[in-house]
Design a binder for this molecule. Structure first.
Ligand SMILES: [Zn+2]
Length: 115
C-alpha cells in the first residue's frame, strides 16, 4: 500500500515541525494523480501517530484535481475522463501540471502562535 509510506513520511514532517508540541490539526493536500484515498491515510495515521505528539490530531484533506498542461499552447486543463483534448487549441495530451503530490500544507499545534 502506497498510503502507508506516504503517511509515515507525512508524520515525520509533522513531528519535525511540531518540535515536540501537541499536534491538533494537519492540513493535507492530496493530488488526484496519486490515487491516494483520504480514508486510508487517516487509518494509517491513527496507527502510526499512536504514542507520538501527533496522536489524535485531526486530518483535514484538500483534494487537488489532476491537471494537464497543453504542450502546444500552455493551457492548463482538468482531466475529466472524457478525453485529453486541450479546450483551447484542440491538441491532444499534455504533461501533468497539478495534482501529482500528497503534501502537508500546514499544521496546528497546541499553544501555537495563532492561526
Ligand atoms: Zn492547447
Amino acid at each position: 500500500m502506497h498510503e502507508l509510506a506516504i503517511t509515515q513520511a507525512m508524520l515525520d514532517v509533522v513531528l519535525k515541525h511540531a518540535g515536540g508540541a501537541r499536534v491538533r490539526k494537519v492540513n493535507v493536500t492530496v493530488g488526484e494523480w496519486t490515487g491516494y484515498v483520504g480514508e486510508s491515510i487517516e487509518l494509517f495515521w491513527q496507527e502510526l501517530a499512536r504514542g507520538t505528539a501527533a496522536e489524535g490530531a485531526r486530518l483535514e484533506f484538500r483534494f487537488e484535481p489532476a491537471l494537464l498542461r497543453c504542450r502546444a499552447c500552455g493551457e492548463r486543463f482538468p482531466v475529466d475522463g472524457s478525453g485529453l483534448e486541450c479546450p483551447r487549441c484542440g491538441s491532444l495530451g499534455g504533461e501533468p501540471a497539478g495534482g501529482q503530490d500528497c503534501t502537508v500544507d500546514s499544521i496546528e499545534v497546541e499553544g501555537g502562535e495563532g492561526p
